[in-house]
Design a protein around this ligand. Structure first.
Ligand SMILES: C[S@@+](CC[C@H](N)C(=O)[O-])C[C@H]1O[C@@H](n2cnc3c(N)ncnc32)[C@H](O)[C@@H]1O
Length: 207
């Protein structure tokens, strides 16, 4: 899909009053945050959608930046941040044109970013890893190939879904703290709903 087509596709999805992935943070992100993140941290949310995850992280007291391809989603994020009284740096950007800086973030959240096909995914993971500070934490949740059977969310493209061996390769250079495949119920708005085949990942950049 070209950049313009992808933007049109996601804008059309988000162009409704309701928050299609809900306003509550992703449960795994919440758990990992409570377990691994504390202090005065700079956090980046990749493809943050309507802001549920960046708003949660800002409410924990972190300095948060977030970007997404969809201007419609970013406008909704700004409203959610205002409602929750938090300041977040929101940007409209696709992951290839985001100004990635080396050794910049204490943590990066990449929750359901499986719009990325294998080539884009390889570039994106390389960027995320180099953009983490030494000691920085990468938190990822995505779907495994079994999700094709559940049909309860996700891109429906098997090549975009995560396997453990793929994840180990993508995370080369980081120390993996958690890498778990499991099935469980998601209740995230009306787009991630029902039994789902998930992969939870936490990794740290060595100091
Ligand atoms: C499944 S949604 C997940 C949103 C958010 N991470 C969440 O968990 O609520 C995928 C998001 O990726 C964004 N997106 C799609 N292609 C993108 C790209 N190339 N660069 C950046 N964001 C993209 C979409 O606009 C959408 O918000």
């Amino acid at each position: 899909m070209s950049f313009t087509d992808a933007q049109k596709f996601w804008d059309a999805r988000f162009n409704t009053e309701e928050f299609i992935f809900g306003t509550e943070p992703n449960e795994f992100l919440k758990e990992a945050t409570l377990k691994y993140l504390s202090g005065d941290l700079n956090v980046l949310c990749v493809a943050d959608g309507e802001g549920r995850n960046s708003v949660y992280l800002a409410k924990q007291g972190f300095k948060v930046k977030a970007f997404d391809l969809s201007p419609v989603a970013v406008e909704k994020s700004k409203k959610l941040a205002l409602k929750n009284n938090v300041n977040i740096g929101f940007f409209v950007s696709d992951c290839d044109s985001w100004k990635w800086k080396e050794d910049c973030y204490d943590a990066i959240a990449a929750i359901f970013i499986q719009f990325a096909d294998p080539n884009m995914r390889a570039r994106l993971f390389k960027h995320m890893i180099s953009s983490l500070k030494p000691g920085g934490i990468l938190i990822i949740q995505g779907y495994t190939p079994k999700q094709i059977e559940h049909k309860t969310g996700g891109p429906g493209k098997i090549e975009n879904l995560y396997t453990k061996s793929m994840m180990i390769e993508l995370l080369g250079g980081l120390k993996i703290l958690e890498l778990t495949e499991h099935e469980g119920e998601l209740r995230e708005g009306n787009h991630h709903i029902g039994m789902s085949a998930l992969m939870d990942v936490v990794a740290i950049k060595p100091i």
